[in-house]
Design a protein around this ligand. Sequence first.
Ligand SMILES: *Cc1c(COP(=O)(O)O)cnc(C)c1O
Length: 397
Amino acid sequence: MANCDDILQAVENVLADAERPALLHAPTLAGNCAAYTAQCVDTAWVSTAGAFVTRFEDMLCEITGAQHAVAIVNGTCALHLALHAAGVGPGDEVLCPTLSFVATANAIAHNHATPHFIDSDTLTMGLCPDALAQRLAAVTAREDDGTLINRETGRRIAALVPMHAFGHPCRIDVIAQVAEVYGLPVIEDAAESLGSFYSGTHTGCFGRAGVVSFNGNKIVTCGGGGAILTDDDALADRLKHLSTTAKRPHPYEYVHDAVGYNYRLPNLNAALGCGQLEYIDALLNAKRKLAMRYRDAFAQIDGVAWQDEPAGARSNFWLNAVVLDESRADQRDPLLQALADRKIQARPVWRPLHQLPIYEGAPRGPLPVAESLGRRVINLPSSAHLSPGFDPTATGR
Ligand SMILES: *Cc1c(COP(=O)(O)O)cnc(C)c1O
């Protein structure tokens, strides 16, 4: 077995005082989480109407600076709906990174469109703007009516979905510029990056719309949940309308003017989210502190690099990631096993999506960086409560 004792020791040092098992990411449900959810139960306002949904949206606007936040049942449905509202439909292609959680591509497929995979950036682990620009230059053409098509497949390229991996902002400013040149709407997958900023702007606020997730493993959880951020008033209205069965407002008539969705976040879930958003600053501080411990622990180790926040970015440090050098790539699985034996939950990065049988036929550019990262990245336990001295309610918002 390859010797990965130095890495094991570094992780043990960071987690010296932490309980076992040390999970990859467990939520912190403190403050008013219990009181707010109990309030839903006591008043029977547990479903898709209720004051916590609006409060949750208002709090998200305050935290992100977005003009509108539309609360949705989960991040996947939020992506599906945001793409649908951006005009993505059957037969279209949508550009996205191959190195992402499967939901990014699934949301495209749910619109009966096809993901078109682009390579990643070593610096950020997100979509690479250079690979994007090269791919667009290589395969696109304009039809007479101005439609952007992939010359190789004949299909329309309808949108672009960059993703902020592990909470680290990708080079979204350059990506947005490239998209602008081609007239492509940008829907950001900011599922992992609530609390992450790039050049002072919150992730998810660079394109036409952005999506955040409140799944159980994210920095803030609603049990399940998501939201679409946008500055576009008309789009926000349409998203809310489509997410609530497209019912026309009326005291008693059932008139639906589109094939809508039942995607609204229930009040019960929003209540849990509101409880945590009240101390999101404390969560972000604790996660940054834990991240700095990982940074220091890995600084002296050869052949492995801890993923820092990119230049110009402020990351939420959702999941700490380390990248093994190519020379140590064969140590990944022994390391994962050794960590599991110590009750330390670690995970390899997602398998690049074009390597999944469901997406192996999808169009794609060259993907050398994503394939390489796919063999070498490991995520380490990153829950806020693993940070020594963490008290979620000591510094409330
Ligand atoms: C979590 C996640 C999603 C999906 O969010 P859900 O709320 O779990 O549906 C989408 N994209 C990425 C990158 C994610 O990490």
